[in-house]
Design a protein around this ligand. Sequence first.
Ligand code: KG4
Ligand code: ZN
Length: 382
Amino acid sequence: MSEGGGVRVQSGLVLGIETSCDETAAAVVRGGRQILSNVVATQIALHAAYGGVVPELASREHLRNIVPVVRAALAQAGVRAEDLDAVAVTTGPGLAGALLVGIQYAKAFAFGLGRPLIAVNHLEGHVYAVLMEGGQVAEGPVLALVVSGGHTHLYVAQAGADGVMGYRNVGRTVDDAAGEAYDKVAKLLGLGYPGGPWMDGLAVAGDASAVTFNFGQIKPRDGEDGVRFDFSFSGIKTAVLRYVQGRGMEAASEQRRVALGAGMTPAEALQQYKGTLLDAEVLNLIASFQGAVVGNLMRQTFAAAEHYGVRHLVVSGGVAANRELRRRFTAEAAARGMTIGFPGVGLSTDNAAMIAAAAWPRLVAGESAAESVAAQPQLRLG
Ligand code: KG4
Ligand code: ZN
């Protein structure tokens, strides 16, 4: 696929395909910036019953969705397949069987069209969810915090002479991802799935200073190629569990599990149950948990920015949708005279527009994937 003919950049149109976890997504993006369509078929309802993503179910659902989702992305963009310059697909990290569906489909699609296939790292996609909206890549290095259900990573990133970004990992979680901690605590408290948006929605009604958590935090330390700013979130999850057990809050969690049914939003739940099922004790606990997690993310991120002398921040991934996180990171960046960017609406959580955007500089630089490209569940960035 990579041989012969060089790069063909004509329409600037790239079809992105993303199936690394529980969203089947396709998008058409022009020139790495202009989103013509961004279709996401979410499997949230399917996995909600299990309280987490079931890999086998995810693959099967991707198989079912991939054709209609790609068709819808082309139709909504008003674009014919022949108009595309390239097809971009997430090759990792993610669930092996889920990745495979997108990769095989994208390969066949690109091959049939005679267009290059661009392999995209899902984590770079999250970074591009912000960079694509900021126009050209910021001058100088960028510090990117990618914070989602599966990842918590800090990268120092900089564009090379060919316009393709290079990444150096300067921090990662040593146990749970921040989003995973959100989801697990929400589950423990009997809130809806996924838990992040529920915690976000309910925390506004609680007092974040009510509960102080003592949990292990990792100090900056020397790594092989510079100081590392790692994270740990399993301690706070355990601290919440102990708090719940110590206060005998389990029965109320069970009642919430039954009452806060599907289709209800956190705001509706507050309206209906504030003072009863959602009493001050649980709301304060939620707000305090969120305050501690955001505080920890901030401490490491701004310490890394200071250490590496980076003036531009990018915060991306599902947890970047969190309102408290956005508020506090924005205020702190302003106080330090740094710029900060977040993904626009619908681009925080998994989508394919970010995959098409990340592929663009690679396409322009003449990169394309070999026909043998395979799923890389553990793929790293930098
Ligand atoms: O990026 P994403 O869609 O998938 C992964 O690559 O993991 O992120 C999903 C994660 C989930 O853990 C979800 O609970 C969390 O992002 N999330 C949030 C919010 N919205 C989604 N966490 C906190 N506050 C939110 N508003
Ligand atoms: Zn993601």
